[in-house]
Design a protein around this ligand. Structure first.
Ligand SMILES: Cc1cc2nc3c(=O)[nH]c(=O)nc-3n(C[C@H](O)[C@H](O)[C@H](O)COP(=O)(O)OP(=O)(O)OC[C@H]3O[C@@H](n4cnc5c(N)ncnc54)[C@H](O)[C@@H]3O)c2cc1C
Length: 663
């Protein structure tokens, strides 16, 4: 026979103003199994909790119902209080009289009656509760960082500096992401590579970081603290241990006409190449799609030139299996293809370029060593038109959202143009200027006030070529839509930022959610911005939504702090409210028939199966087996099981039916 205590909270006026709390406590005293009931103004306060503790001792209670606010709010508080008094934490239940009753009903007798019913349900439940212990899941104390842009670099360094091992996977041949392509960076105009390169070197030299470039995540299984990841390390056709980075092989390659993606197609590279001069690692890769040898022709000039015999034409992809406790997704973004805007003439007129192409022209490591030139004739442009919002905030042809970085980098581009060619003229077409950030508005203002820079509020309707000039036709909305026509030498499109290609597939492998645009979704936009919907998987940088470098770095450090906090523990305590397959009195007598419907239905991949064998190794039966580390207690398997062989701890069929019957 149970000896239960019921504690009814007024929650100030929150419950007390609508529900007759004293009446609830009085009526509870007469419920079967209740040995004590009382009400109090604020049960969550220290005196309130002390009342619960005292009553447990005084009345020798073996279970407690607290009728108060949502269990999301104070269930842990009350569970701690009963534990302090010597009861098992799971012998305490909360009846939600606030959200489920007082906040949604008027003051009336029926409201008090409903409150009593809500308590009655929990009384019947707690009578059938069994003491449970938290599940202790061991943690593998290392992390995987996916993506080697500035977000991944920062996260990896922070985690590694805190003493934990990091495996970093970057799919391109070198670290750096988009930041490596930038010339100078707003709002300080410091050289991008100068601030990035030391960090890339730090990653490659860090004793706690294993760097896997030219690699991608193939498969992920497991759960927080215990992920098993298969990584495909693609064959470079160059032995990383033997290569000294001397560059002899590059000079000898006869294929010289492959569009260089690092330079956004503005220059050509060879079939064996290092993406850029400061690349980390400084090891070439053979692009087999363009290499003569792999296209069936006779050529081994690179191999002959290599003094260390590092070229390995027979190298194969490798699958590397790793175990990690946490994962950081830092896969960045891509820019929108300009084919959606034929009216701007990208692809038709060579002098219509993208913002990233402008970065490569402006960069000292770019195809023109930092001199801004027209792709058509290599001359320096005198008049350049910049189009902000090329695809952003354009529900009809582009994307609905603001790409957030374009107003800033367009201002930067206008300034860079003027710094490099004092006589040049810059025209910026914009919708409105979004420059929130430390020193950002001041930066844009500097651009607007620069001599020879003109900001025009309005949109461009058409760009076409006439007499060697690009004719940009638009309207100035601040002058009542007055038509504007500019004869330009070059046009730069600030293309929208999109989720990186392959992001959707990776999200599926990781079981993390994505937002309607395809960016990785955060667990909560305000309170859990660097966590994903999967426990133990965090996010950083532009894979969440477009963002600039300062925000990316801040967020990467935040994700690293979360990972470090997780990995600093040896075990993870998990709620024991998980499903279990009945195996009593012995596994072979389990009610489970091995139909394994539950295994296919489990949304968390928490169910597998095992074969029960006799002493001679003969299979007696197959039964479902639930991994308590993965189970989230959703109950899907329970509702599917035809033989009722699965029960959910804390929510057994017996408990649920007793609650219903009590009503
Ligand atoms: C034209 C232009 C100018 C800009 N100028 C500035 C500026 O001046 N100042 C500023 O603050 N910001 C600027 N930015 C924004 C800046 O580029 C971003 O803030 C920054 O690059 C975000 O870093 P990230 O690491 O999140 O993403 P990324 O730089 O995109 O890096 C992501 C990395 O992940 C890798 N990756 C992707 N998918 C996978 C996968 N499945 N597996 C393994 N690896 C993967 C990619 O290869 C890449 O290396 C500019 C952006 C543009 C387009």
């Amino acid at each position: 026979m149970s000896r239960l205590g019921v504690f009814v909270c007024h929650c100030g006026e929150n419950i007390g103003a609508t529900v007759d709390v004293t009446e609830v406590a009085e009526r509870c005293k007469h419920m079967p199994g209740v040995a004590h009931a009382e009400d109090y103004k604020y049960l969550c306060s220290n005196p309130g909790q002390n009342k619960i503790k005292q009553a447990i001792e005084e009345h020798q209670l073996d279970g407690v119902v607290v009728a108060a606010c949502s269990p999301r709010m104070h269930e842990p508080t009350f569970r701690r209080a009963v534990t302090d008094a010597g009861l098992n934490a799971y012998m305490c239940e909360v009846a939600n009289l606030r959200e489920h009753c007082s906040w949604v009903h008027e003051k009336a007798d029926s409201t008090t009656e409903k409150a009593i019913d809500l308590v009655r349900l929990q009384v019947e439940k707690v009578k059938r509760n069994k003491p449970l212990d938290t599940i202790q899941v061991p943690i593998t104390r290392s992390a995987l960082v996916i993506g080697g842009g500035i977000a991944g670099i920062q996260a990896a360094l922070d985690i590694a500096d805190s003493g934990h091992k990091v495996i970093m996977v970057e799919r391109s041949p070198a670290l750096g992401g988009h930041m490596a392509q930038l010339s100078e960076t707003f709002p300080t105009l410091d050289c991008s590579q100068c601030i990035l390169t030391p960090r890339m070197v730090d990653v490659s030299r860090h004793p706690n970081i294993t760097l896997l470039t030219y690699s991608e995540v193939e498969h992920v299984e497991g759960f927080i603290g215990n992920f098993k990841v298969a990584i495909r390390k693609r064959a470079r056709m160059v032995d990383e241990d033997l290569c000294t980075g001397c560059g002899e092989c590059l000079q000898k390659c006869p294929t010289k006409n492959v569009a260089d993606s690092f330079n956004e197609g503005l220059s050509m590279r060879r079939a064996i190449y290092v993406p850029f001069a400061q690349a980390v690692p400084n090891i070439p890769v053979i692009d087999t799609e363009n290499c003569r040898k792999f296209q069936g022709k006779k050529c081994d000039r690179c191999a002959k030139a290599c003094p260390t015999k590092a070229i390995k034409f027979d190298q194969k992809d490798q699958i590397i299996n790793v175990e990690v406790g946490a994962i950081v997704v830092a896969t960045g973004y891509q820019v929108m293809g300009t084919e959606r805007f034929p009216e701007y003439g990208y692809g038709t007129y060579p002098d219509v370029i993208t913002g990233l192409q402008f970065e490569r022209y402006a960069s000292a490591s770019g195809p023109t060593q930092g001199v801004i030139k027209r792709p058509s004739d290599g001359k320096e442009p005198e008049t350049v038109v910049f189009l902000a919002c090329s695809g952003s905030r354009d529900a009809a042809k582009g994307v609905k959202y603001c790409s957030k970085i374009c107003c800033m980098y367009t201002a930067k581009h206008a300034m860079l143009l003027k710094h490099k060619n004092h006589h040049a003229k810059a025209y910026v077409f914009y919708m409105d200027i979004r420059s929130a950030g430390k020193n950002y508005d001041e930066f844009v203002r500097r651009a607007i006030e620069e001599d020879g820079v003109k900001y025009i509020r309005g949109r461009v309707s058409r760009i076409y070529e006439e007499d060697g000039k690009l004719i940009v036709k638009g309207a100035d909305t601040l002058l009542g839509g007055e038509p504007v026509e500019i004869k330009a030498d070059m046009v730069v499109l600030a293309s929208a930022a999109l989720p990186n290609h392959g992001q959707g597939e990776l999200a599926q492998k990781l079981h993390v959610g994505t937002d309607p645009y395809g960016f990785v979704a955060e667990a909560h936009p305000k309170l859990r911005p660097v966590e994903t919907t999967s426990a133990g998987i965090f996010l950083a940088g532009a894979c969440q939504s477009p963002r600039d470098i300062p925000e990316t770095v801040g967020q990467a450090s935040a994700a690293a702090a979360k990972v470090t906090a997780l990995l600093s523990r040896s075990h993870l305590a998990r709620e024991p409210l998980v499903a279990e397959v009945n195996r009593k009195p012995a596994p072979q007598f389990s009610d489970c028939t091995g139909c394994l419907l539950c295994e296919t239905a489990c949304p968390y991949q928490a169910i597998g199966h095992e074969e029960i064998k006799d002493r001679n190794g003969n299979v007696l039966k197959t039964v479902a087996k639930i991994n308590p580390g993965l189970c989230q207690g959703c109950g899907t398997c329970v509702s599917l099981c035809r033989t009722k062989a699965i029960d959910l701890h804390g929510y057994s069929n017996e408990q649920i039916f007793a609650e219903i019957m009590s009503l």
